[in-house]
Ligand binder design. Sequence first.
Ligand code: G3H
Ligand code: 13P
Ligand code: ZN
Length: 322
Amino acid sequence: MPLVTTTEMFKKAYDGGYAVGAFNVNNMEIVQGITEAAREQHAPLILQVSKGARAYANHTYLVKLVEAAVIECPDIPIALHLDHGPDFETCKSCIDGGFTSVMIDASSKPFAENIALTRRVVEYAHDHGVVVEAELGSLAGVEDEVNVSAEDSSYTRPEEVEEFVSKTGCDSLAIAIGTSHGAYKFTAAQCTRNEQGVLVPPPLRFDILEEVSRRLPGFPIVLHGSSSVPQEYVRMINANGGRMPDAVGIPEEQLRKAATLSVCKINIDSDLRLAMTGSIRQYFAEHPDHFDPRQYLTPARANIKAIVTHKLIDVLGCAGKA
Ligand code: G3H
Ligand code: 13P
Ligand code: ZN
C-alpha cells in the first residue's frame, strides 16, 4: 500500500487501547532496522524526520529511503511525518515533498500565536490531504534543533485544549505531562535512586492526561520524549569507551499505561541512538582491526530492529494491529 496518513491508524489505536510508534529516521540502516521490525510484527508505523535529519541526510534521500521501505513492507501502513516542524515554510516543503503528516511545533510561542500558526499549517495541509500534529505545553530537553531548559518547560494546561483544537483544526495534539527529550531526561535532584544506584524519575502526570482526554473525547494525543534509556545500552556504551553517567528515561510501564489511554502516538528516538551507538562501540572494542562500515553497521541495524521489536510488543502494544 502507498504511504498513508495517521487518521485511520489513530482511530484504531484509540479504540484498541494501544499506541503507534513514531521512530526518527536519519539514514538507511535506521529505516531498515525499524521497518524490518514493524513488518515482522505486522505493526502500523510512523517514520518521522526532524529538521536536523533533513539537514543531515537531505529531504529527497529520506523520502526515497522511506518509499523503498514502503515497497519492501507492502502489508503494513506507514506514515511519513515531519517531527517538530519549526515554521510554516518547513511544513509546506514537507507537504509538497511527499510527507503524509506534519507537526507544527509552535509550543514555545504565546497561546494566540501558536493557534494562528497551527491554523495556517492546518489549512494548507488539509488542502493537500496531509494531517497535522500540534503541541501545547513544552518539554524540557536538548537535541540538535530542540533545546528547552527545564525552567522553560511547562505542563500542558487542560483548560486550554478545547479552544486550541477547535480553533486550529489540528488532527492530533502533543502534550507535556513530564516526558522530556534526549538521554538525560531528569537531573539527579529530580529523581530518587534504586538499590543499584540507578536514577528513578518522577512519575508522569496522568492526572493531566486524563483531564485532557475528558475534555477531548476520542481525540488522539501524542507523547514526545518517550525513550526509556535502557540501562543495558548505557552500560554497553560506558563499558566500551563511552561516558554517559546518569542517563535516565521514562519507565516503560508508564508508557504502556499511556498507550492504553488516549495516547495514540509515542515518539522514540534516543533509545534507537543508544542501541546503535552501544552496538558500534562494542563492535569496535572487539574488532579494533575492522574498518568496513558494513561490518559494524550490520549488528547496529540488528540492534535497532531488536529494540523496535521490543517497543512494538511490550510498550506500544501495536504488534499485530496493521
Ligand atoms: O525530538 C527530536 C528528535 O529526537 C529529533 O532530534 O533534532 O536531533 O534530529 P534531532
Ligand atoms: P526521545 O528523545 O525521548 O527519544 O524523544 C524523541 C521525540 O520526542 C522525537 O520527537
Ligand atoms: Zn519530540
